[in-house]
Design a protein around this ligand. Structure first.
Ligand code: C2R
Length: 170
């Protein structure tokens, strides 16, 4: 699980037919979000859930975000996790382009402590929801994504049951 460069991420974002078929699509507004979002990827790996990662900002790379979001369903993605900080419009923009559930992870910020990111994500107007986890709640985003997958797949449901048992017995 290497940190990918922006160039590689852009290539991935514009690749409409990736070789594997990830179920979760992770999008982040900046490479600077990656250190926090690593926990999300690690949790998905622990739960055995395939994912892809893209770094693309809605205001810096609007075309990439549009292409990645609109192609997600056809590429086999079933849940999207969007992480961003400050005026975090990314999750809402992605949700506008896809019928898939979007989980938002508000990044902690230096100026407003992440309250800016949180409100930008959680306060989506009626009709275009994003399910927002806690500030820097990267792990919970992975668990929630797996729970959503689990509603239609007993394998993932069982992974969540096992995770809960582990928590209870630790
Ligand atoms: P830089 O570190 O690249 O300056 O980014 C990123 O998610 C990051 O937390 C600073 C912060 O800006 C956020 N960003 C957004 C969006 N794109 C980047 N909120 C977006 O599209 O919403």
């Amino acid at each position: 699980m290497e940190k990918i460069t922006t160039a590689e991420a852009t290539t991935l974002a514009t690749a409409f037919a990736p070789s594997t078929t990830p179920l979760v699509g992770i999008i982040m507004g900046s490479e600077s979000d990656f250190d926090i979002m690593l926990a999300c990827e690690q949790q998905l790996e622990e739960l055995g859930v395939s994912y892809e990662r893209v770094i693309a900002s809605a205001h810096r790379k609007p075309t990439v975000v549009q292409k990645w979001s609109t192609s997600a369903v056809d590429r086999g993605i079933r849940v999207i996790i969007a992480a961003a900080g400050k005026a975090a419009h990314l999750a809402g923009v992605v949700a506008a382009y896809t019928p898939l559930p979007v989980i938002a992870v508000p990044m902690k910020t230096s100026d407003l402590g992440g309250l800016d990111s949180l409100l930008s994500m959680v306060q989506m107007p009626t009709g275009v929801p994003v399910a927002t986890v806690a500030i820097n709640g990267a792990k919970n985003a992975a668990i929630l994504a797996t729970q959503i997958l689990g509603t239609g797949n007993p394998e993932y449901l069982q992974k969540i049951v096992a995770l809960k048992h582990k928590m209870e017995n630790s």
